[in-house]
Design a protein around this ligand. Sequence first.
Ligand code: GLV
Ligand code: MN
Ligand code: MN
Length: 407
Amino acid sequence: MPDDFERMWTDLAGVGRSSASGGYFRQPFASAERECHAWFCAQAEARRLRLEHDGNGNTVAWWEPSGATGDAVLTGSHLDSVLDGGAYDGPLGVVSALAAVDVLRDRGFVPSRPLGVAAFSEEEGSRFGLACLGSRLAIGATTPAAARELRDRDGVALLDAMATAGLEPEIGPAEWLRRVGTFVELHVEQGRDLVDRGTAVGLGSAIWPHGRYRFDFTGEANHAGTTRMEDRHDPMLTYAMTALAANKQARLAGQRATFGRLEVGPNSTNAVPSRVTAWLDARCESDAALAALVEAIAKQGADRAERDGTALAVTAESVSPAVVFDDALTRRLAQAGAGPGDGPARPVIATQAGHDAGVLAAAGVPTAMLFVRNPTGVSHSPGEHAETTDCLAGVEALADALEELAR
Ligand code: GLV
Ligand code: MN
Ligand code: MN
């Protein structure tokens, strides 16, 4: 007898959870994420779903009753987390997908198309720096050659990390994804839009363009005590002024800019550093606004570097253009489950967060997203939350959507 939603949620609650912060550390191909993955496989087997593993670390559990033909309907999300992340970002979509299969079976529904539940690998880019790595590789948006160059913070290569985790890496376009005709990803909302609208479940309209940019500041290491302030070439100072400039530019333009990760060399308390590497995460309403924002921040950084006698090099590590989800599909799902007299459709909202759904949509797969209300809007943090009643409403909405698409 498979677990129901709440039991499944309890199964995962302790996996990779820090007792200090209450947040989750489920980095791809490391033990906690592998434990979640093994749990997913066991849940799929308990439901007699056929497991398919691709060489990119993605796994799909297929419900393929005899007679099911044609393009597949795919749902699911990811099981990895950011460092010290929340419980819901990713796992909510996977657990809800398994629960939706149970709801459909309880309804006596038999899909006439294959129905897959996916667990995509390295969605957050928290280990290898490139978000949605599993889906990008599977769909061909990232080349195997580029992925082979990726290293984690300890210098471990992607393929070595996969092999150490017991996988047989064979990165590149995945055959299973070619069968997919529609993808619906359910995700916890990562803002407060649904709270403000007073509704538990909404649909996604679009994902803001976003990118990750490495800022390498270089200067001159020197003694923290004996070097006069006016004689320094301190890259930390250039970085600090650039971070302030990024915040100001983003505020002025109504966009988002964050420096959330920093490496300092040599990282000594009593030395002026020689090197600061900082990663900018920038997100804007349009592709042009994103390019303009990053250019403005880089220019202010470069101007400041000139004054500080330091240097700045900016490298775009990944840029994801605007994604608009399938409009007809989204409108159809916004009404799914509602009868003619049931009142307005579910709200359709844009998001500033990246998702595997964005990667598949950008590659031409008709894609929609369901969002579940997050009472505080907090995400990528231990405080991320969704009420169980809202999660269960999400499961019903997902089941309605899958029934609509796979009937
Ligand atoms: C993923 O959640 C992202 O938006 O960075
Ligand atoms: Mn996510
Ligand atoms: Mn995330």
